[in-house]
Design a protein around this ligand. Structure first.
Ligand code: C2E
Ligand code: MG
Ligand code: MG
Ligand code: MG
Length: 267
């Protein structure tokens, strides 16, 4: 059949591929609408110290779809990144977090809590990212040291020089930085010497099987030691059991996040 269509014609029809593309286009349009109609919400998950006291929260975005579902970021962040919509979404997240910090500043029960925000590569690389963040912080009059930006290894390695410049400028305002999902990238450790980080975040994949798998335990322990030797704090994510928490405390981990202390929720 394809042959009879002529030498220079390539017939390509794969129904599965077709429906994949259609779903992607639909999702992209829905995402655009979601930004316009403000269908996103933030959930906050507690971060605690060794005594179990709340020291902060991580803001995690959810999409309140008009059909009633609450859609997790795993289903839309990647597409938002590919389409560039992440830049607007990221701005909305930052604005919302700064507004929340400003509210909490007047609440004696919450005024000490920091908020960690996940920042995507495209958002971080905006030429005016420093100005955007500084302006938000200044306009709200919040304590910038309560705003913590979570970056990933791959983001930082894309352009190390630029990343250092952006981080340094924001650190001057008091903003702090955490390295998310630490240990899951393919990077060398040398960059840790030059990046002005405040915190390493042990990826939950190491915490998950820590107590049943000697190798994961060794990695978790090594990350905590590394943090101590570099003079940065270490937070473990995905802590679900008391035994995991105790193990991490015994090995010198500073702070903890996971279902053991609370699921992400509106606060
Ligand atoms: P992440 O930053 O590493 O966030 C931790 C994820 O682990 C969250 O998933 C959280 O709900 C989940 N989690 C927390 N405690 C536990 C636990 O004890 N056990 C297990 N199994 N999981 C736990 P979530 O909310 O689905 O977010 C997934 C990822 O989406 C985040 O990973 C982050 O990379 C991204 N993300 C979330 N919000 C934003 C955002 O506002 N902007 C950007 N750029 N990315 C975001
Ligand atoms: Mg994170
Ligand atoms: Mg993480
Ligand atoms: Mg993660």
């Amino acid at each position: 059949q394809a042959k009879s269509a002529g030498r220079n014609t390539v017939r390509f029809f794969d129904p599965e591929m077709q429906s994949l593309i259609e779903r992607r286009v639909t999702l992209e349009n829905e995402l655009r609408d979601a930004l316009h109609y403000k269908q996103f919400i933030l959930h906050y998950q507690p971060q605690v110290d060794r005594n179990g006291r709340s020291v902060g929260v991580e803001a995690l975005v959810r999409w309140q779809h008009p059909d009633g579902r609450i859609i997790p970021p795993s289903e839309f962040i990647e597409l938002a990144e590919e389409t560039g919509l992440i830049v607007s979404l990221g701005s909305w997240v930052l604005e919302t977090v700064v507004a929340r910090l400003s509210e909490w500043a007047n609440d004696p029960e919450r005024s000490h809590l920091s908020i960690a925000v996940n920042v995507s590569a495209r958002q971080f690389r905006q030429p005016d990212f420093v100005e955007i963040v500084s302006r938000l912080v200044e306009a709200a009059g919040i304590d910038a040291s309560l705003l913590r930006l979570e970056l990933t290894e791959s983001l930082l390695l894309e352009n190390m020089e630029e990343a250092i410049a952006t981080m340094t400028a924001l650190k001057k305002q008091g903003v702090s930085f955490s390295l998310d999902d630490f240990g899951t990238g393919y990077s060398s450790l040398a960059y840790l010497k030059v990046l002005p980080l405040d915190e390493l975040k042990v990826d939950q994949s190491f915490v998950r099987d820590m107590l049943f798998d000697e190798k994961n335990a060794a990695i978790a322990r090594a990350i905590v030691n590394l943090g101590q030797n570099l003079g940065v704090t270490v937070i473990a994510e995905g802590v679900e059991t008391d035994a995991q928490w105790q193990f991490l405390i015994e090995n010198g981990c500073h702070s903890f996040q996971g279902y053991l202390f609370g699921h992400p929720s509106e606060m």
